[in-house]
Ligand binder design. Structure first.
Ligand code: AMP
Length: 216
C-alpha cells in the first residue's frame, strides 16, 4: 500500500504515520526526518537544506524528488510505504505520479489530516523533538533525555528551530499557499482522498485512520 499523508504542520502526520507504517509493516518515508538527519550530520544535503528549514520555508522540489525516488525504489519499500510530509507542492505531486508510474506502482490513498490553525500553533509551540529518533513530545522540556528504548541510541529533546513562533507562522503560510493546492490537484484526478479529523487522543485519531482505510 502506498499512502500519502497530507496536512498542515503539527497535524500528527508523523505520529500517526509511524503507527500506520508499523500496522501495515511498511516503511515510513518522512522527508523532514531525512533532512534533519542530514543537517545534524552536516552532509551536503543538510547544508543545502538547513537555511530554508530554519526559516520554515520549503526545500526545493528537486531535492525532495531525489529523496523520494530513492526511498520508493529501495527494496524496503517493495510492499508499500507511508509518505509523511511528501508531497507538499503540486510539482511534487506530479513527480510522485511519474515515479510511481515508472515503478509500476499506484497510489492507494491520500489521508488528509484536518486540524484548525489555533490548535496547530498550540501543539507546535509546546513540542520538543528527540534529536536522534525524531519522535515528538508534548509537555516535555528541551534538554531532557528522550527515554524511548528502541533500536536507536537515546537522544536529547530539543526545540526544533522551525517550532519557534516566527517559523511556525511561516510554515502555516507556506502550507496555505503551496501545500493546500495539492488537495485540489488530487481531487481533480479522482484520487482516493480521505479526510481525517485529527483532533483528539492518539488512539481516537488512529481509529479514524484505520476506519478511513478500511483496516479492521
Ligand atoms: P516536517 O518534519 O515534515 O515538518 O519538515 C520539516 C521541514 O523540512 C519543512 O518545513 C521543510 O523545510 C522541509 N521539508 C520536508 N519535507 C518537504 C517537502 N516535501 N518539500 C519541501 N520541503 C520539505
Amino acid at each position: 500500500m502506498i499512502i500519502v499523508l497530507l496536512g498542515p504542520p503539527g497535524a500528527g502526520k508523523g505520529t500517526q504515520g509511524e503507527r500506520l507504517a508499523a500496522r501495515l509493516d511498511v516503511p515510513k518515508i518522512a522527508t523532514g526526518d531525512v533532512l534533519r538527519a542530514a543537517v545534524r550530520d552536516g552532509t551536503p544535503l543538510g547544508l543545502e537544506a538547513k537555511a530554508a528549514m530554519d526559516r520554515g520555508d520549503l526545500v526545493p522540489d528537486a531535492v525532495i524528488m531525489g529523496i523520494m525516488k530513492e526511498a520508493l525504489a529501495s527494496p524496503m519499500a517493495a510492499k508499500g510505504a507511508i509518505l509523511d510530509g511528501v508531497v507538499r507542492t503540486t510539482p511534487q505531486a506530479d513527480g510522485l505520479a511519474d515515479t510511481l508510474a515508472t515503478l509500476g506502482r499506484t497510489l492507494d490513498a491520500v489521508l488528509l489530516f484536518e486540524v484548525d490553525e489555533e490548535e496547530l500553533v498550540r501543539r507546535l509551540s509546546g513540542r520538543t523533538t528527540c534529536d536522534v529518533c525524531q519522535r515528538p513530545f508534548f509537555g516535555r522540556e528541551p534538554g531532557e533525555a528522550c527515554g524511548v528504548d528502541g533500536d536507536v541510541p537515546q537522544g536529547t529533546l530539543v526545540r526544533r528551530k522551525d517550532d519557534e513562533p516566527e517559523a511556525i507562522r511561516k510554515r502555516m503560510q507556506v502550507y496555505r499557499d503551496q501545500t493546500a493546492p495539492v488537495i485540489d490537484w488530487y481531487s481533480a484526478r479522482g484520487a482516493n482522498m480521505v479526510r481525517v479529523d485529527a483532533i483528539g487522543s492518539l488512539e481516537d485519531v488512529e481509529a479514524r485512520v484505520h476506519a478511513a482505510l478500511g483496516l479492521t
